[in-house]
Each structure stands twice: as structure tokens, then as C-alpha cells.
Design a protein. Structure first.
Length: 290
């Protein structure tokens, strides 16, 4: 499946699916604001927050295409990071730096063993400087105001964890993890298992699922090429029925989730075992028909 095909953006369209590259030292929301102003977009969102100090792929959707984000496969998330062994920080990165102490160099075998042991489903405590909510407030806002932050433990799936380079005290590694994972916490666990402190000095998201952004370039994606569902061809007499969200039954078709296309819109539907359909995301106008 191609995910890099350019999708023509018209000046009148608010529907867009953009694969962008967020630079370091800007929040995801601030970067989103720049993209919105650049392309004249009103309503927009993104698939997964990148830390302010991090850079890399960010999938942005605007207009009705924001409804498509939950259906697009952005897992696993692939990252490259640099872990500064011996360093300490409240936020587990270089933004709230506390200091650094000298630590002994580790062998390649020691590091490899630790990384291997951290693959699989692991339990961790999210950073206090994170987008997690506590009583309706963001944890990072509470942490910045000096309040005590106690977050519940979470679980992440680590699909792969590899050494890319080691120039003591800096360990360059790659990881493939599940949605919602905090690589800062993964870095902390690596350091703890080596018996030292550690923070991330650099972080880059290189892929979300099959999506890989290019630095300084925004790619307008065709959602019909990105959505992971099979196409279902229906006769034109279904168009008005589906357009209006009518209750219909489609016989002699296997059950499952499908994308159906018509002249002015497409929909994501689920065909149940009895043939009845469930509308998952209905009447999405094409980018060039708004």
C-alpha cells in the first residue's frame, strides 16, 4: 500500500491529511498552529503528541479528516534516541536538567542484555512532565507549577530495542513501541537496569506505522491509500441511502470493515454478520469537493 502519494490540495478545501516533520524545541500544538496558518486550516489535530524537545513524524488531519485519525494505523511507533548516562532531569530529558555525575563505561554485552530484557510488555511510571491528566489538569502543568505529581503506572509494548551506537556516556538506540508509550521512561528504565541515572538528550520519531515524514516537507496524503480497510464496490442506488445514514442490509457479502466510495464522498462502514451495516465514519467529502 502506498502512503506517500501526493493528494492535491485545493484552496477551498479544509479536509487534509498531512504527514509533517516537527522540529525540535517546539510543542506539538505550536507546530500544529504553524501548519494551520500556512495552509489556512481552521480545525485540525494530530495522531500522537511529540515531546517539545523531540523531532520527527507527526500525522496531521484537518476538517472532516480529523475523524479518520482513529482508523489510520500508526503503530508501531519507531524512535531513535540518545540516552545520556549519569544525567538527571525532572522531565527525563534535557529541558529540566538537574545535573550529571560521572559513571563507568559499560560493555556492549551489558547494554545488549539490558535492552533484550526490556523487550515485550513492560510496566513503567509516566514522566511527571507529560500530557497525562490528573483531575482534569495536564501533569506537565502541575509539575511546572511545583505541585507533586503522582501518576499511575502504565504498560507499554516494546517490539524492538537495538543499539545504534555507544560513545560513553551517550547511548544511541532505536525502539519500536506501542501507541502512547513514553520513550523518556524507556530511557529511564534502561539506565536504571544499568544501575545509573539517565535522561534523553535527543529523540526522533522516524515512523508511525508505515508513515515516514521528510524533514522540512509536508506531504498531503490520499486517505483512501492510507486507510487499512478493503474497498467495497456498491451500486449507485446505495449512495443516497448511505449519504443519509439509512438503516440498510447488504446480503451476500462477508462481514468486516470496509471503505465505500461514491461520487462526492466516502464512508467507513462495518458489515455485521446478519448483513446490517454500522456507520463508523460516514459521508467524508473528498478534499477537492468542499
Amino acid at each position: 500500500m502506498s502512503t506517500k502519494t501526493a493528494f492535491t490540495k485545493t484552496t477551498h478545501s479544509q479536509n487534509a491529511l498531512i504527514l509533517a516533520y516537527k522540529p525540535a524545541f517546539i510543542t506539538s500544538n505550536a507546530f500544529l498552529g504553524k501548519i494551520k496558518r500556512k495552509y489556512g486550516l481552521a480545525k485540525a489535530g494530530f495522531s500522537g503528541t511529540l515531546d517539545p524537545f523531540a523531532q520527527g513524524s507527526l500525522l496531521i488531519a484537518s476538517g472532516a479528516y480529523t475523524k479518520l485519525l482513529p482508523f489510520i494505523n500508526t503503530e508501531p511507533k519507531r524512535y531513535e534516541a540518545v540516552l545520556w548516562l549519569g544525567a538527571k532531569s525532572k522531565s527525563l530529558d534535557i529541558e529540566n536538567f538537574l545535573g550529571v555525575e560521572s559513571v563507568s563505561k559499560f560493555s556492549q554485552n551489558q547494554i545488549t542484555k539490558v535492552l533484550q530484557n526490556l523487550c515485550g510488555n513492560i510496566t513503567y511510571t509516566p514522566p511527571s512532565f507529560s500530557a497525562k491528566k490528573i483531575s482534569g489538569k495536564r501533569a506537565y502543568a502541575l509539575a511546572r507549577s511545583g505541585e507533586e505529581v503522582n501518576l499511575a503506572q502504565s504498560t507499554m509494548s516494546v517490539y524492538s530495542l537495538e543499539i545504534l551506537g555507544y560513545n560513553h556516556p551517550f547511548l544511541h538506540f532505536s525502539s519500536e513501541v506501542s501507541k502512547g508509550s513514553y520513550v523518556r521512561s524507556l530511557g529511564e528504565l534502561i539506565a536504571q537496569n544499568l544501575g545509573v541515572s539517565g535522561v534523553l538528550s535527543a529523540l526522533k520519531r522516524t515512523k508511525e506505522g508505515d508513515l515516514c515524514a521528510k524533514k522540512g516537507v509536508e506531504i498531503f496524503l490520499n486517505p483512501l491509500e492510507v486507510l487499512p480497510f478493503e474497498r467495497l464496490e456498491l451500486d449507485s442506488h446505495y449512495e443516497d441511502l448511505i449519504k443519509n445514514g439509512a438503516k440498510i442490509c447488504i446480503k451476500n457479502t462477508k462481514s468486516g470493515i470496509f471503505v465505500v466510495q461514491f461520487s462526492e464522498f466516502f464512508s467507513i462502514i462495518e458489515i455485521l454478520k446478519d448483513g446490517n451495516i454500522k456507520y463508523l465514519c460516514n459521508r467524508i467529502l473528498y478534499a477537492d469537493t468542499l
